[in-house]
Design a protein around this ligand. Structure first.
Ligand code: FMN
Length: 552
């Protein structure tokens, strides 16, 4: 039986405290005090300065120790509020747990996603529902459930309410709030007055929506994710945490089967066991609207909400990308799972159109259009960039410089160091390596001068993937993660996740990608070669190494 006194713990790993977080923490501390509960900020860096107003509230406690240490004797007393948990928080959880832990997302070395780290450490998890909440709302809802014994579903919420600053200015808040007795959303005191430009502050001090995927294994954009049947089967596969669609354009791609093809081969060119691919494909012949229709249909067939969602891969002009973002964000409001958008700027096979992600200038144009689109929607969705394999340092630097240039320099009227962050939530590295050639073996006893006979049509050149790409993709993931970590600030570094893809086909490849710094691992060629079984094999291989328990 749990103690009747409850403690709400927010892990705060950042040496700084933004103005918005301070307001949230004050609200949590005051409400905890009124409810006879405690509020603890844990894992505080030694340099962290606790505001006086917070220290004065008796229910509040500042802790430099992490929750693992605080509850070393009995982890089972702690409930982790986790969007990827298998069950929702219920009033009975008040009888089971003493402490409720909110993982937080920012922090220095090492955490980038504290919730997933804590999850791995075996804390029991519970969900608070599908709509993103501010930290004080999450604690409020938890308290209503575990102390007030109100089931989650019976709490009155206001989703994305409009907040009026004055007669002329208002903004729609991209979060779920608890509805107060006056019918208004409950928010920290003073919040509308403190900051007129709330958008970047409220999204976790400027961080765009987090890209959360569990298990951290996915398919990446490829021809085996083209039809609704492909997508349904991928969605049903229990060993993956999300499904990526094949890249589509708003108007569809003029696919010509005579020109756009792929072939499998063995990277040693001597073994019959295929482990690599070469393709001259462009994009899906189906339009983005068609994919969004598929996604709606798959959603409608679901019995309940699910945390497993879709990554919608798109490409086109910068204007197309802005329009795609709005379409996907709007669809995200109608479906029962999360959606993210991945911008494919890295296909090597489009004549006269070099992959834009090789050029800082082009990348910047895309990011500018994206930012404008993001500012026009009420529900932000995570956006990723699919990058080509980079082969030398200045190419990486171009990517990082373009991302940095996309950080808004507006301080939102609040002064201080709280500014917006780069609008990119993840980077998927890498796409295929262009300009590769696969030749058919010469007929036996042909002369040395036998002309080359490419396997693919036209020039025969195409994008290579699979085993021979693996070391290059590992190098890209490693370098991009390191460069982002070196930025190490709220604007760019920590919130940007990396999806590692290139030549993964087994548990060992998965582990190498993770070791190189991938938060999520993707694959395409191995799916084409082995079907969905490849995901189950990877999960099985990881379990085997862990002696039967989950190896993610
Ligand atoms: C036949 C084929 C078609 C692909 N089509 C796309 C695509 O439409 N969009 C995209 O972003 N990546 C595409 N890719 C790249 C993959 O998503 C992946 O980034 C790359 O193949 C490396 O992973 P792999 O070694 O596991 O195949 C394609 C790859 C293959 C093999």
């Amino acid at each position: 039986m749990a103690s009747s006194s409850k403690t709400y713990i927010v892990e705060h790993l950042d040496p700084e405290l933004g103005a918005w977080s301070e307001l949230e923490y004050l609200a949590i501390a005051r409400e905890s005090q009124d409810a006879g509960a405690k509020f603890c900020l844990s894992s505080l860096p030694p340099s962290f300065k606790v505001p006086d107003a917070l220290n004065e509230i008796p229910a509040f406690k500042a802790e430099t120790r992490g929750v693992e240490e605080l509850y070393a004797a009995d982890k089972s007393r702690v409930c982790l509020l986790d969007p990827a948990a298998a069950s929702d928080l219920s009033p009975e959880d008040g009888d089971k747990f003493d402490a409720f832990l909110f993982g937080g997302i920012l922090g220095d070395d090492p955490p980038r996603d504290r919730t997933s780290e804590l999850r791995k450490k075996g804390f029991d998890g519970r969900r608070l529902g599908p709509v993103q909440m501010t930290t004080d709302t999450a604690v409020r809802v938890t308290r209503l459930v575990v102390q007030g014994k109100t089931p989650l579903k019976e709490i009155s919420y206001l989703d994305h309410p409009e907040l009026k600053f004055n007669e002329h200015e208002s903004t729609e808040m991209p979060f779920r709030y608890v509805k107060g007795k006056d019918g208004e959303p409950i928010m920290p005191e003073d919040s509308p007055k403190r900051c007129m430009n709330l958008f970047f502050h409220i999204t976790m001090d400027g961080v765009p929506p987090l890209f959360e995927i569990y298990p951290p294994l996915i398919n990446t954009a490829c021809p085996w994710a083209t039809t609704i049947e492909d997508l349904r089967d991928l969605y049903k596969c229990p060993s993956t945490g999300a499904v990526t669609t094949r890249t589509s354009l708003i108007a569809g791609f003029d696919h010509d089967p005579a020109r756009h093809q792929y072939a499998f081969f063995n990277s040693t060119l001597t073994s019959p066991v295929q482990n690599a691919s070469l393709n001259s494909l462009g994009y899906s012949p189906l339009t983005l609207e068609t994919y969004l229709g598929f996604i709606r249909t798959i959603s409608a067939d679901l019995p309940a909400r699910s945390s497993k969602g879709f990554i919608v891969s798109v490409t086109g002009t910068p204007e197309d990308i802005a329009a795609s973002y709005k379409l996907i964000a709007s669809t995200a409001q109608d479906v029962r799972f999360p959606l993210a958008m991945e911008i494919n700027l890295s296909c090597p096979n489009i004549p006269n159109r070099p992959p834009p992600a090789y050029s800082e200038q082009e990348l910047s144009i895309y990011l500018t259009h994206l930012r404008q689109a993001v500012a026009q929607v009420t529900n932000r969705i995570p956006v990723g960039l699919k990058t080509p394999p980079y082969t030398y340092a200045t190419q990486y630097q171009s990517l990082i410089s373009a991302l940095e240039a996309a950080v808004p320099d507006d301080d939102g009227g609040c002064g201080g160091n709280e500014r917006g962050a780069c609008p990119i939530s993840f980077i998927t590295a890498t796409n295929t390596l262009g300009s590769c050639l696969l030749l058919s073996p010469p007929p036996p006893s042909s002369p040395d001068s036998h002309p080359a006979s490419p396997v693919l049509p036209g020039s025969g050149l195409g994008g290579m993937a699979g085993a021979p790409l693996h070391p290059l993709s590992l190098g890209n993931v490693y370098t991009i993660r390191r460069m982002l970590d070196e930025k190490g600030d709220k604007k760019l570094g920590r919130h940007v996740r990396v999806v590692g893809v290139g030549g993964v086909s087994d548990a060992a490849g998965y582990k190498r990608m993770r070791a190189a710094g991938a938060d999520v691992v993707g694959l395409a060629t191995a799916l084409g070669l082995r079907g969905l079984g490849v995901f189950r094999d990877i999960e099985g291989g990881l379990e085997e190494e862990e002696g039967g328990s989950s190896g993610w």
